[in-house]
Design a protein around this ligand. Sequence first.
Ligand SMILES: [Zn+2]
Length: 294
Amino acid sequence: MAENDITGAAPAALPGQAPERRRAAPLIDIGINLAHDSYDADRGSVIARAEAAGVVQMIVTGSSAESSRTAIALSRQHAGRLFATAGVHPHHATELSATVLTELGELAAAPEVVAVGECGLDYFRNYSPHAAQREGFHRQLQLAARCGKPVFLHQREAHGDFIAILREHWPALAGGVAHCFTGGAAELECYLELGLAIGIAGWICDERRGAHLLELVRRIPADRLLLETDGPYLLPRNLHPKPPSRRNEPVYLAHIAAVVARARGEPAESLARSSTAAARRLFRIPDVDSSNNS
Ligand SMILES: [Zn+2]
């Protein structure tokens, strides 16, 4: 897609206009790894830039006990704007000892935590043995069922095992999202049939690997389509100009939303409205209190 095809992104603020008074369609980044050390030097500005661009709320991904703790701490500092997930990524499945699992249970109970995860299976990188990944996935789905929170799911090259385990636990779960969906039509149909929400990230902006998603996003019901950057990863390939750091951050969510809206043949405004409502419903996130400028 050519850069001048990207329409519908939030308009720039008028000179002298305070960012919070902008009328951009509010967006929620449901997957941002804000605990990642690439944000250590300027995390506050990253959050401020995102809010000024209409990303009114964000869910900070926890992918280990440590990053889950950081995600919760950030959510406390930015109450009502940032929320957290608590979980152990399949890459770190071998870290999920009984002690860590107990700690994860305590973290998941925190009011700032809106989902258990990210958890799932990754047979692409294979940083942890498959058996440990499956075991960790089972345990975290049980945890999600116990605390009554939805699951934030990661799956790569592991669809068969992933869906079999998920189906086993699904009746006890409070819903979930297949985050950063990159799969094909069959996987999508399977997830939709089960009842999952689908997280679309900047992968759709990648003309080499993500072009199939331009067609697939049309099949996702509006009330189950969520948007995420997955920053600092997955900087949208069709973003121009690109930041010299090549680091992705939530301010680019409007760019991803514009690409998704265009692929679906709907105004960016309506996608923003539906995806924000869908995120608030799944994760039980309250509307932003505009008087609470944290
Ligand atoms: Zn992931």
